[in-house]
Design a protein around this ligand. Structure first.
Ligand code: BDP
Length: 336
């Protein structure tokens, strides 16, 4: 009888996974809180490593009371919008996502990912860890989005990769480029003469290029390498159009079920993992560049004049998505 009960329980656990988490009681009567984190990247990718570090820290600092289980590789949600919506309704506790799709729910976030906004990574980090970035992160929670912004991570700079070489702005004409689910990003590629295609999760870009549904996509060195996309689109044009940070998000609905102390503990642990992710990021970025170039990818550097043509096309985005944030944009450009 006992065996049968264990079997039924095991089947139920496989058939009905609790993604948001839940709580269980240990033999000593102490409550264990089980929470789930969704990640689109594979094991070993910098953000995935940071997710595990976050889970480890939370477990350690809560004396083993809070357990976070990481689902990597997009196994839970292949598209980040899916995980964001699950957070909103409390079906999922955490998701590590790009800030780009989050801006569809918290539009102000577009301001910190406008094309050609930052000079380099140091400039971006000064802004993100300064008053402007920290205020934006805090605003996610008060925006009514149902999301809580826990921490920013690095994701380098994004550039275009294509199945035919892009050596000039003219070469972008008519290309079908997979973009993240963010209206500003789709408009951006349109301003460059190409057609943005959305609805393709990052793990499906490779096959979409191979099947000819799209002519290319855009991303940083590590994603280009890790997803294998360089094999399908072997031309990488280093226009570095955006620096879009990653964000570790929590569900407001799930956070509200926790004590104030546990919420604080989670927020502190998340912040603590930022430095670790940046270290892992820098290592992986270099490694990915080596792998991709060794595989024979043609890395195309644009001349300053050509790059200026890309940049000039972005003015309408600053006007539309920067409206109401002129002071913040000027401050990012001049004070940091
Ligand atoms: C990668 C981000 C990942 C995004 C992906 C994308 O790390 O969060 O989902 O880009 O383009 O750089 O969708």
């Amino acid at each position: 009888m006992k065996k049968l009960f264990v079997l039924v329980l095991a089947i139920m656990m496989v058939a009905v996974p609790v993604f948001a988490g839940g709580s269980s009681e240990s033999a000593s009567g102490e409550k264990t809180i089980n929470l789930v984190l969704s990640e689109v990247h594979a094991e070993g990718y910098p953000t995935t490593l940071a997710d595990y570090e976050f889970a480890r820290l939370v477990n350690e600092k809560s004396g083993g009371r809070i357990n976070i289980q990481v689902y990597s590789g997009g196994t839970l949600y292949g598209e980040e919008t899916g995980s964001i919506e699950a957070l909103q309704i409390g079906d999922l506790a955490f998701a590590r996502v790009s800030a780009s799709p989050v801006a569809s729910y918290v539009p102000a976030l577009n301001v910190i990912q406008l094309p050609y906004l930052y000079r380099d990574a140091d400039h971006m980090w000064a802004v993100l860890n300064g008053e402007i970035g920290q205020q934006m992160l805090a605003d996610i929670e008060t925006s009514g989005s149902g999301l809580v912004g826990l921490a920013y991570y690095d994701a380098g700079a994004r550039s275009f990769y294509t199945s035919t070489p892009v050596r000039s702005l003219e070469d972008m004409a008519g290309l079908r480029i997979r973009m993240q689910n963010n209206a500003m990003m789709v408009e951006m590629v349109g301003l460059l003469g190409a057609n943005g295609v959305t609805g393709i999760g990052p793990n499906d870009v490779y096959s979409a290029i191979q099947q000819g549904t799209i002519d290319g996509a855009e991303n940083n060195w590590p994603t280009y390498e890790s997803m294998g996309d360089y094999e399908a689109a072997p031309y990488y044009t280093l226009d570095a159009h955006t620096r879009v940070p990653e964000i570790l998000l929590a569900s407001k609905a799930v956070m509200d079920t926790l004590s104030e102390e546990d919420q604080q503990l989670i927020k502190e642990c998340a912040k603590e993992t930022q430095e670790y992710e940046i270290e892992q990021w820098n290592l992986r970025e270099q490694h990915s560049e080596e792998v991709v170039t060794a595989a024979g990818v043609e890395v195309i550097e644009l001349s300053a004049d050509e790059l200026a043509k890309f940049q000039e096309k972005m003015a309408p985005l600053y006007a539309t998505y920067g409206a109401g944030y002129e002071d913040i944009i000027a401050s990012i450009q001049n004070d940091y």
